[in-house]
Structures are given as structure tokens and as C-alpha cells.
Design a protein around this ligand. Structure first.
Ligand code: IMP
Length: 211
């Protein structure tokens, strides 16, 4: 297959990759990871916004592989924690502390501990996702999605990844880890951003001007 028909999904996160395989099914590109192409991929996320980090990951993957690359930078913003863990969601270990060695379960516990005693009405939160698509001509386009909810009292559910077991979807009264994957994807920050990304991919594959 022509390398231009490949879309590199610039992530090492198996949960994200699983969701992208569903969300981008039938998009006209063969989804591959840097690892599957034998390319090491571990860029430093030095940006201070989701958009900056998504862009730097997409550009790094595009340069390393020569292919069109798609990166997601995402995270959880908790209002009672002044928006933390935010861009640091993947490594959050508490206020001002980052630790890449923590597990998803550890990070969930950190957030629940910080919210101990905070009543339900003040546990509002949202997942944000920015997707960047970088093409070999040097262009980068970004799209975003937001998923509003609140943080529950204890983990519930077996699906998803990351903070899903404590992210309650208010209209359903279920966590996003209790939702079947297709139902989470239909509502989620990543699902919304991926719908917009599919449109960009359609324009790219139609030969829509990218310069
Ligand atoms: P990133 O790789 O820097 O974008 O890290 C994103 C982090 O945000 C993940 O490791 C999760 O901790 C969290 N996160 C993002 N999206 C989701 C989601 O859909 N469910 C649960 N946690 C998420």
C-alpha cells in the first residue's frame, strides 16, 4: 500500500488507540502506530495547552514516519481542583507533582483523595480532547471535543481507561467506564473531535488543497 494511504496514530496509549480504531473505522486510511512501523515514538509533551501538545506529537510522528499523522492530546479538568489534572492528566500525582510510573488506578485515587468531602454539586468536570493532523507538506490542522460530567465517589465500571471509572455522565447516572465502548464514543470528547477529524481526512484523501 502507498505510504500516503497510511495514517499514523501518534500514541503509545492502548486505550486511546482502541478508541481510534473504532472512531476512524472506514475513514479510508490504514491506521498504523509508530511502533508498527518500527519507529520509536516518545516525544516530550512540553506544551502548556492540549492544542500545543497535540500539534507537537502529530508533527513529530509525521516527521519520523513521512506519513500523515494524527495525535490526540486530552485530559480531565476538575472545577474544584482549579482545572487539574488538565494537560498533566497522564502523569498526575497531586498538586505540582508528576509521576509517569503511576497506574491509572493510582491517578484515580489521587483525584478522589483530593475531592474528599467535596459535595456532588461541586464535583463538575470535563474531558477535553484536541486532535491534530499533520501532513507531510507541513500543514497542521486541529479540532476539539468536550465531554461534560462530574467526578463520582468511587470507581465504577470495567470499560475505557484512565479516569473513566470516576467520570459520571450526569444524564445517564453511569460512569464512562460503565458505558459500552460504542456509547462512550458517541458522546465523548474524543468521539466529537474524531467526527471533525474524519471530515479533514476526507478532504485530504480527496486531494483537497493542503498547502
Ligand atoms: P495524553 O496522552 O497526554 O493526551 O494523556 C491523556 C490522559 O488523559 C490519559 O492518560 C488519561 O489519564 C486522561 N484521559 C484522556 N481521555 C480520557 C478518556 O477518554 N477517558 C479517561 N481518561 C482520559
Amino acid at each position: 500500500m502507498d505510504v500516503s494511504a497510511r495514517l499514523v496514530i501518534a500514541t503509545n496509549n492502548p486505550g486511546k488507540l482502541r478508541e481510534f480504531r473504532e472512531l476512524l473505522d472506514g475513514c479510508g486510511f490504514e491506521l498504523v502506530t509508530p511502533g508498527e512501523l518500527g519507529v520509536p515514538f516518545d516525544p516530550l509533551e512540553t506544551g502548556s495547552t492540549f492544542e500545543e501538545n497535540a500539534t507537537l506529537k502529530a508533527v513529530a510522528a509525521m516527521r519520523a514516519t513521512g506519513c500523515i499523522a494524527l495525535a490526540d492530546d486530552s485530559g480531565l479538568e476538575v472545577d474544584a481542583l482549579d482545572g487539574r489534572p488538565g494537560v498533566h492528566s497522564a502523569r498526575y500525582a497531586g498538586p505540582g507533582r508528576l509521576d509517569a510510573a503511576l497506574s491509572d488506578e493510582d491517578r484515580v485515587r489521587v483525584v478522589l483523595d483530593e475531592l474528599r468531602g467535596v459535595p456532588e454539586g461541586r464535583r463538575t468536570a470535563r474531558f477535553r480532547c484536541v486532535i491534530a493532523i499533520a501532513t507531510p507538506d507541513g500543514e497542521v490542522r486541529t479540532v476539539a471535543g468536550v465531554f461534560e460530567g462530574r467526578i463520582g465517589d468511587a470507581p465504577r465500571g470495567e470499560h475505557g481507561f484512565g479516569y473513566d471509572p470516576v467520570f459520571v455522565v450526569p444524564e445517564l447516572g453511569m460512569t464512562s467506564a460503565e458505558l459500552p465502548p460504542a456509547q462512550k464514543n458517541a458522546m465523548s470528547h474524543r468521539g466529537q473531535a474524531a467526527l471533525k477529524a474524519r471530515e479533514i481526512l476526507r478532504q485530504i484523501s480527496d486531494g483537497y488543497p493542503t498547502t
